[in-house]
Ligand binder design. Structure first.
Ligand code: SF4
Length: 411
């Protein structure tokens, strides 16, 4: 019988195909000149925005604020038709990912994130890259108008509001959500929340205003890793306990299948660590959405290696089994370093699931296709096109052959 030996993971991995904890240390944040803090440069210039703002990395970034302005992913801007561009092997994204925007930016300092506060020294908030792409800013009215009138071709299956850590985000998120549900009730909305400044009452308010799914970007898959990359280790305000408190509230308020958490793979956690969180979420009735660690340019971890593909593929596959095939963590096998050695199901069943390609697609909140297919496909948000980590489309035979080689590789 496969078993879970509760590994004693020390961070000194003996295998070469994982990002071990000891090697995955963020660099220290540099100090920020006083005039650049809290969006000082942008507020000082006080330049009025005019329509679409495409990040151009100069010092004349206009003074844009939510809820009048939002940022959106490059893929969403292309799908909306407000930016021109082509994406490798896909023509659109199915999720309209919005980000609240303020000159002061996100007040947290997460080590792996391109939006982090320490970047005030070199780049205004609206010019910062996030999950490998630029996030143009646009009047929210314009976004509503395009989608409500169908000028996007009906291609969005879902909208998502990312709150960021800012004192106005609790006030502005319900405003943005309410405007959407009043005009576009047929496209469900997910909330990517900011637990640090939220209360249970805030979660309830978003539910009552019509949010469909509530998510928490837990990101770091173990308490000590969380503290090192999102807490005191990088002068950032987040705490593991507060994140789980809001997740518990979301489980109560939104209910089964309607909440979830983001987890990043390859920041120094063990495979057992991350899959323990996946199982915990599943036991609560929620789902996990996985991201492959990629060294985001300008972040405090930009000098570190991306997650090795064998580690990533093992976790992707195991997470899919837990989330959608009722396999449990305690059926799986791990070595003493917390590395996955067995998936806990018959080999022929496992191969059929691998051949479907589903575990290797981008994971996130579902759209119209199927419960286990994410609308949030985030094209190339965690890898370059030459070495795709999360496939933003159905895998073809050649993709599946590549994934199988990666699953078999030991180094
Ligand atoms: S709270 Fe979110 S947006 Fe802000 S720095 Fe952390 S990961 Fe980035």
């Amino acid at each position: 019988m496969p078993k879970d030996p509760a590994p004693d993971f020390t961070g000194e991995s003996k295998t070469a195909d994982v990002n071990a904890a000891a090697a995955m240390q963020p660099r220290a944040p540099e100090s920020v000149p006083a005039e650049s803090r809290n969006g000082g440069r942008v507020r000082g210039n006080d330049k009025a925005p005019k329509g679409l703002y495409a990040p151009n990395r100069n010092i004349m970034t206009p003074n844009m604020r939510s809820p009048e302005y939002v940022q959106l992913s490059t893929a969403a801007a292309i799908t909306l038709g407000i930016m021109r561009g082509n994406m490798h092997r896909t023509s659109c994204t199915r999720c309209l990912n919005l980000l609240l925007t303020y000159p002061e930016g996100c007040r947290a300092n997460c080590a792996y994130c391109g939006l982090a506060r320490h970047r005030e020294a070199e780049r205004d908030y609206a010019d910062r890259n996030f999950i490998r792409v630029d996030w143009p800013a646009v009047p929210y009215d314009e976004v509503l108008e395009i989608v409500a009138s169908g000028r996007d071709g009906g291609r969005f299956h879902r909208m998502c509001i990312s709150m960021i850590t800012h004192p106005n985000s609790e006030r502005d998120t319900p405003d943005i959500l309410g405007q959407w549900t009043a005009r576009i009730p047929d496209i469900p909305v997910s909330i990517l929340s900011n637990p640090t400044t939220m209360s249970t009452g805030d979660v309830q308010e978003l539910h009552d205003l019509g949010a469909d799914i509530f998510t928490v970007a837990l990101d770091a898959a173990a308490p000590e890793l969380f503290e090192r990359t999102r807490g005191r280790g990088v002068q950032s305000p987040h705490s593991w306990d507060k994140y789980w408190q809001i997740l518990d509230a979301a489980a109560d308020i939104f209910g089964p299948e309607k909440f979830g958490a983001h987890l990043i793979v390859g920041m120094g956690e063990s495979e057992h660590d991350v899959l323990s969180q996946v199982q915990r979420l599943r036991d609560m009735g929620g789902h996990s959405h996985m991201f492959a660690f990629f060294p985001e340019k300008g972040s405090l971890m930009d000098h570190l290696p991306p997650v090795p593909r064998p580690q990533w593929r093992r976790v992707q596959l195991a997470r899919y089994l837990i989330d959608y095939r009722d396999v449990r963590l305690d059926q799986m096998e791990f070595d003493g370093d917390g590395r996955l050695n067995g998936y806990g199901i018959a080999e022929n069943e496992l191969q059929a699931i691998v051949e479907s390609g589903l575990p290797f697609r981008t994971s996130g909140c579902p759209g119209k296709e199927a419960a286990d297919v994410s609308a949030c496909d985030r094209p190339y948000g965690d890898s370059p096109v030459s070495d795709i980590a999360s496939y933003p489309f159905a895998l073809n035979k050649s993709d599946i052959r590549k994934v199988k080689r990666q699953l078999l590789r030991d180094s």
